[in-house]
Design a protein around this ligand. Structure first.
Ligand SMILES: Nc1ncnc2c1ncn2[C@@H]1O[C@H](COP(=O)(O)OP(=O)(O)OP(=O)(O)O)[C@@H](O)[C@H]1O
Length: 461
């Protein structure tokens, strides 16, 4: 966002070049060339957004050079400059792809307007080029699979919200529905795509760490700090998108500090008195209703309004069952390549099971299930029996199901580690009287790790 747009002036009149350069230099990065050959060389080397091109150059016609400039990839927007209005040349230049023309001596107001329009055109064309590339990329590895109307509506909103560089987007949906994938889609379709996408999961770190991760710190800011200091994620994301996953877990002090950053676009890193500027868009995600958390006083309303200018709800997989088989086939194809297997399809019985299972872990669980099958089996068709581990997991949840499988004989056909972990946490939580601190001690893990995992597995207490 911050990088200045680049303008190249190709004109043999040194006085004109100098005057224009002085005028443009404060807002743009300006290069000059006095011949056609030099101009082409600089255009290739610097990839300018806009070229101001004199029609009458000493070594070649500006019209010929225009054609060559339009053949470059990426090609600049070109505004022709003529010494006097030669209608024939101007018409020819426009036909060859010039965006506009200016007549010397240039009227400053008109000049400014023309340059501004031309640069807007340049960013638009860059954007279209980039979006085209992005679509190609998304159709590859990160393709979003799904055609349920609610899912399509979520995609439509995501692409629309990407058009703005600053609007806060809040993605709501259960764990594993694809919130991070959507956040990446928004970033890569937005004007910030050339800048970093930086993610922070607010549920996995303690409050102190979240603060120092976000804001960074100066050398010796606190005991235990790294001697050389640390760059914060705000700085790392500058110009781009900061993705705050599980934003509901952002500690109260950090909520207040983040609000100030978003309002003032500046902050201090820990232990520093030097203001830093920052220009980011925040996309956040949450698997609970963040507004409810505001109403109960857990989350600041003023920050909510900043973060949730646009709210997108991602439906759980069980509410868009027609997407299950296309997703399963999509993963099968990816995983065939990964494990060099040759699964062609999914049997009707197996499809029925996939369609009726409740998928508490959503798309992530479906992907894991397909990965397990592809890894463990060596057939061409996914069969129902390959998926029996799903049924076992479901029967064991919640409450007093059969004993945990790993306390007795391990089953021959393997087991889902995620399911086992979920059962174990559920049982421990019940045993400890549904007290999270006690459960965390019992399982010998930090409380925030327990809270994160419980959320991940949909085990809200
Ligand atoms: N529509 C989709 N098409 C293809 N892959 C998807 C889709 N939705 C999710 N996935 C895949 O499912 C997995 C989980 O998605 P993701 O991590 O984005 O979920 P999440 O909602 O952010 O989860 P959490 O809340 O646990 O962080 C990823 O591997 C992602 O690529």
């Amino acid at each position: 966002m911050r990088a200045k747009q680049k303008i190249l002036i190709i004109d043999d009149e040194a006085g004109f070049r100098g005057a224009i350069r002085r005028y443009l230099e404060k807002d743009y990065s300006v290069e000059e060339a006095e011949t056609g050959a030099q101009g082409l060389e600089k255009a290739v080397a610097t990839e300018p957004d806009l070229v101001l091109l004199d029609i009458g150059l000493p070594d070649e016609s500006g019209l010929d050079l225009l054609e060559r400039l339009k053949g470059l990839r990426p090609s600049p927007t070109v505004v022709m400059v003529t010494a006097y209005e030669q209608v024939r040349d101007v018409v020819e230049a426009m036909r060859k792809g010039a965006f506009d023309y200016l007549v010397k001596p240039v009227d400053l107001e008109e000049f400014e307007l023309t340059v501004r329009h031309a640069l807007e055109n340049a960013s638009l064309r860059n954007e279209v080029d980039r979006l085209r590339k992005e679509v190609e990329r998304l159709q590859g590895v990160n393709r979003l699979v799904g055609s349920h109307p609610a899912f399509l509506e979520a995609q439509r909103l995501a692409v629309k919200s990407a058009q703005s560089a600053d609007a806060g987007v809040l993605l709501q949906g259960e764990s594993g529905v694809g919130k991070e994938l959507f956040a990446r889609l928004i970033h890569s379709s937005s004007p910030r795509s050339g800048y970093p996408f930086v993610a922070l999961n607010c549920a996995v770190f303690s409050p102190d760490i979240i603060e120092s991760e976000l804001f960074g710190y100066e050398r010796g800011a606190f005991t235990g700090a790294r001697a050389e200091g640390k760059q914060g994620l705000l700085e790392a994301a500058d110009g781009g998108t900061l993705f705050l996953d599980e934003v509901i877990d952002l500690p109260a002090e950090v909520q207040a500090k983040l609000l100030r950053v978003l309002e003032e676009q500046e902050y201090y890193s820990l232990g520093s008195t030097k203001k830093k500027e920052v220009d980011i868009r925040v996309v956040s995600a949450c698997n609970r209703d963040l507004w409810e958390a505001c109403e109960s006083g857990e989350f600041r309303k003023d920050l909510f309004f900043r973060l949730a200018t646009i709210r997108i709800f991602l439906p759980p997989l069980r509410e868009r069952r027609e997407d299950i088989i296309p997703l399963a086939r999509f993963f099968l194809e990816q995983l065939n390549d990964k494990y060099m297997k040759r699964f062609r399809d999914i049997s009707p019985d197996a499809q029925k099971l996939l369609r009726t299972y409740s998928w508490p872990g959503n798309v992530r669980e479906l992907r894991n299930a397909m990965e397990r099958v592809v890894l463990m089996e060596d057939e061409e068709l996914v069969l129902q029996r390959h998926l029996h581990f799903l049924l076992r997991g479901q029967a064991d949840l919640p409450g007093d199901g059969p004993e945990l499988p790993f306390f007795s004989e391990l089953p021959e056909e393997g087991l889902s580690l995620e399911e086992a972990e979920r059962m174990l946490i559920q049982k421990a939580y019940e045993k400890c009287g549904r007290n999270k601190a006690k459960t965390a001690r019992y399982l010998r893990i930090p409380r925030h790790v327990l809270v994160y995992r419980m959320k991940k597995y949909g085990l809200e207490g």
